[in-house]
Design a protein around this ligand. Structure first.
Ligand SMILES: Nc1ncnc2c1ncn2[C@@H]1O[C@H](COP(=O)(O)OP(=O)(O)OP(=O)(O)O)[C@@H](O)[C@H]1O
Ligand SMILES: [Mg+2]
Length: 349
């Protein structure tokens, strides 16, 4: 019964395509501390093309991450990303608050490429001018949410809150950089399969889009060029000694970084065409792939704006037992941090 449940019992469960991360944060007087953290890897084909192919393996990884973390609660905050998710800024005529919901329902049909009864809709206001309301509309295929909810339940847990990777990224950023409110900042989480972009200003999302591109593209390029299996290419990419010289890997890495840069550039060009000449002041990279040596410098020189790595634990207390995991995974935990900050009944972003 929700009524008797302690609000702080929820924890973040980031089901990524390469690993599941379970993170619980404890808040005392506005200060956060890690209470539990566990990471469990996933084989590359368990979640592929943005969908769960092998729910048994994913459920096992969820159980394993949760067991490593040592959390006993069952209420989780999960997130969705990918093609079945549409995030768009829309404008509707200014109407009384109680009518906004209905107007958004009607308006949404013009903005999303799916049938309206196939999606869950959500929205939040970002501004008001000339008798118009600016809203961020979020539409996600019901089938996608149900697919992720089912695997969480299969692991014996409950999905209490379903968020969006890019919003979690924004949530995390707001906690860690509270003073950074004046310029538009592009947050990019580069995971194994998807880049999640979220352009924020003054604590609000003004643009968000997921791009099917990530660390796997690098691994596949290495595997192809050097004719080695995916697992060996992945290890070589991470600088492990698997009989592949780093110099042999570099050309593949460079080629993929060029592609990645173009992909993001295309997305920002699209953003520039939709957002009243808003300039992006800087870029903050997260996700495991952001740890690729030299990637931030390369992107910074390509785009001519500062690119830095996210520090998701900048304002979170990290006890010594977690230091090693936090240092190793660092920016890869940004989405998990954003999810772990959520509480039932809080204002969704
Ligand atoms: N030190 C590193 N150098 C290069 N790449 C790295 C490093 N550490 C992790 N990666 C890559 O980061 C990716 C995993 O990042 P992350 O954990 O953010 O992804 P995910 O959440 O599982 O995936 P997604 O969000 O796309 O579903 C993998 O492709 C992995 O090879
Ligand atoms: Mg991820």
């Amino acid at each position: 019964m929700a009524f008797f449940r302690k609000a702080s019992d929820v924890f973040g469960l980031d089901i990524g395509s390469s690993a599941v991360k379970a993170l619980k944060l404890k808040e005392t007087g506005g200060t956060y501390r890690i209470e539990a953290l566990g990471i469990a890897p996933l084989p590359p084909d368990a979640i592929a093309d943005g969908s769960i192919k092998d729910s048994g393996t994913v459920a096992d990884a969820i159980r394993s991450a949760v067991a490593k973390a040592g959390v006993s609660g069952k209420e989780t905050v999960i997130a969705i990303c990918g093609r079945e998710l549409i995030i768009k800024k829309i404008q509707i005529p200014e109407v009384p608050p109680r009518d906004v919901h209905d107007v958004v329902q009607l308006e949404a049909e013009h903005h999303i490429p799916f049938a309206i009864d196939e999606v869950f809709l959500d929205y939040h206001g970002v501004g008001k001018h000339d008798s118009l309301l600016d809203l961020i509309l979020v539409a996600v295929k019901k089938s996608k949410v149900l697919e992720y909810a089912a695997v969480v339940e299969q692991a014996g847990l409950r999905p209490s809150i379903v968020d969006v990777d890019s919003f979690a990224l924004g949530n995390q950023f707001e906690l860690n950089y509270p003073d950074d409110r004046h310029e538009a900042v592009a947050l990019i989480d580069i995971g194994a399969s998807f880049m999640k972009t979220n352009v924020v200003r003054g604590g609000s999302t003004i643009f968000a889009r997921d791009i099917p591109f990530g660390g796997n593209n690098y691994t596949q390029a290495i595997a192809q060029q050097l004719k080695v299996p995916f697992e060996q290419a992945e290890a070589a990419k991470l600088g492990r000694d698997v009989g592949v010289r780093w110099e042999a890997v570099v050309p593949a890495l460079e080629a993929v970084s060029r592609e990645l840069s173009l992909e993001v550039q295309r997305t920002f060009d699209y953003f520039a065409s939709t957002a009243e000449s808003e300039r992006i002041g800087r870029i903050v990279l997260a996700g495991g792939c952001s740890l690729l040596p030299g990637l931030n410098d390369y992107l910074s020189s390509n785009w001519g704006i500062p690119v830095e790595l996210a520090r998701p634990f900048e304002r979170i207390e990290v006890d010594p037992q977690y230091t090693e995991d936090v240092n190793a995974a660092g920016p890869a935990l940004a989405v998990a941090v954003g999810l772990a900050l959520r509480r039932p009944g809080d204002k969704a972003k």
